[in-house]
Design a binder for this molecule. Sequence first.
Ligand code: GRF
Length: 207
Amino acid sequence: LNLAVLISGGGSNLQALIAATAEPGFPARIVCVGADTDAPGLAHAERAGIPTFVIRPGDFRSRDEWGQMLAAAIQEHGVGTGPNPGLVVSAGLMRILPEGFVGAFSPELINTHPALLPSFPGAHAVRDALAAGASETGVTVHIIDEGVDTGPVLRQAVVEIREGESEDQLHERIKEVERPLLVATVREIAEGSLDLAAVAAGRTGAD
Ligand code: GRF
């Protein structure tokens, strides 16, 4: 299974995927990494010899045009075209993907979110869970649909919230759970034990 990974920041989830896909026998490989900015995480891909590209929303007149360019760059690497559509993994991309982009790739388009959706959607999930005084939160891997953090849930894991911890401390503890969960979910999709089309059609209770 060919993967295109999209990031905006440090890319520790990308790093985990690079390590996992480097294992002999892992049923997927990363064919490109894209970012919406000069994300520090791109260095992980460069070190691994994985092609990277930066496509900035600010360089385009509209979000749709940005989405079209992003889609073209991913398709140029063979993901989203032909009989084996591959998989696009949003791993810390801090952008809402335009409808045209979602339509081009979903359901072979997944995201990891640092909360137990539908709780705490949006760009400040960890902060929001803390502010809400929740006793626990977690991480969700889901299919990206036309909404924001609304697509069908694939896998979730719970992380307890510790008294007085900071947003960064909690987010780091969430990521310790998130990285293996994302790797395991990608593996299951690649092995066919997790059928994205079936989940997207609501035919299985995969969540
Ligand atoms: C992850 O927790 C992801 O769920 C959220 O942003 C974080 C990115 O972390 N959207 P990293 O760049 O993979 O370290």
